[in-house]
Design a protein around this ligand. Structure first.
Ligand SMILES: NC(=O)c1ccc[n+]([C@@H]2O[C@H](COP(=O)([O-])OP(=O)(O)OC[C@H]3O[C@@H](n4cnc5c(N)ncnc54)[C@H](OP(=O)(O)O)[C@@H]3O)[C@@H](O)[C@H]2O)c1
Length: 279
């Protein structure tokens, strides 16, 4: 990865931070995205302790807010004359429904529109840096879910887990359509399930949700080092040159749920996302 620049979102914690550490150790220049300066400074210290001499900087934005993503996009284009890898990773589950300033449900806004908007802003730079890669962190949670285009913002009968499932289905459909649109540019797009990983995931919630997720992590989660293996593989492995539009678990290609393989749904989600982005 020497000479390559990796932009990684959600890089101040969990899978994003570990992915950054591993790509930094492989020689990549790290351009990280966080939303909290203390956490950003702590991440830089940790990455330098892990790999002295690593080239790392952190940019800040709330990735559920369009105006902050626009500002971030400009800052990243200034900071990174080339972008070889974009890892869209920042995401969360919200037990209670809330909306952003532009009226989107928060899970959809952060987990899907955050990926969509940032990728759109960095698209031309990725193409100019080709061969380049987009890596989207999705989840097995997508299975059994479907997108309801009549109610993408989950305004009826909100359920935090269902909203999360849909957002992760959206990650796979977005990857599929992005790969199709990037054909011939030298930029690939793939997505992955990292495993059930012991991170800060879910800790933003309270009460029974927080308790349930905490117990689940204690009982069943894998260490974050293992959770970063598949994103690092997708970002860096020579074996994946030219592979695009696929879904990976444990570094192997896997079929996602049939609902995630529907080209019509993927195209419709793209059109709707563009509309929401005001394009
Ligand atoms: N953990 C799992 O078992 C698991 C399984 C499948 C998929 N995933 C996916 O893996 C990805 C990373 O999650 P994780 O497990 O590493 O959880 P995590 O430890 O909570 O990390 C999430 C990262 O996203 C950032 N983030 C959250 N909201 C944000 C916002 N509004 N704007 C900007 N950044 C924001 C967080 O920033 P702060 O550090 O400031 O909080 C943090 O850096 C997510 O997309 C998640 O859906 C996780």
């Amino acid at each position: 990865m020497r000479g390559k620049t990796c932009v990684i979102t959600g890089a101040t914690s969990g899978i994003g931070l570990e992915t950054a550490a591993r790509l930094g150790a492989l020689g990549a220049r790290l351009v990280l995205v966080g939303r909290n300066r203390d956490k950003g400074n702590a991440a830089i210290s940790r990455l330098r302790a892990y790999e002295p001499g690593v080239a790392v900087e952190v940019h800040y934005a709330d990735l559920s807010r369009p105006e902050e993503i626009r500002r971030l996009g400009d800052a990243l284009l200034d900071a990174a004359p080339r972008i070889d890898v974009l890892v869209n990773n920042a995401g969360a589950l919200f037990a209670n429904r809330s909306t952003t300033s532009d009226g989107l449900e928060l899970t959809f806004a952060l987990n899907h529109m955050g990926y969509f908007r940032l990728t759109a802003l960095l698209r031309d730079r990725l193409i100019a840096s080709a061969p380049a890669r987009v890596v989207n962190v999705a989840s097995e949670a997508h299975r059994g879910s479907h997108l309801d285009f009549e109610d993408l913002q989950c305004s009826r009968h909100y359920n935090g887990w269902r909203a999360y499932q849909r957002s992760k289905l959206a990650n796979i459909l977005f990857t599929r359509e992005l790969a199709r649109r990037l054909e011939g540019t030298g930029v690939t797009a793939n997505c992955l399930h990292p495993g059930f990983v012991a991170t800060n995931f879910g800790d933003n919630n309270r009460g029974i949700w927080r308790l349930g997720i905490t117990i689940g992590k204690l009982v069943a989660a894998i260490p974050v080092k293992r959770g970063a293996e598949t994103p690092v593989h997708l970002a860096s492995s020579a074996d994946l040159e030219g592979i695009s539009g696929k879904y990976f678990i444990k570094c192997r290609e896997r079929r996602p749920d049939p609902s995630a393989e529907n080209d019509g749904t993927a195209a419709r989600l793209w059109t709707e996302s563009e509309r929401l982005m005001g394009l």
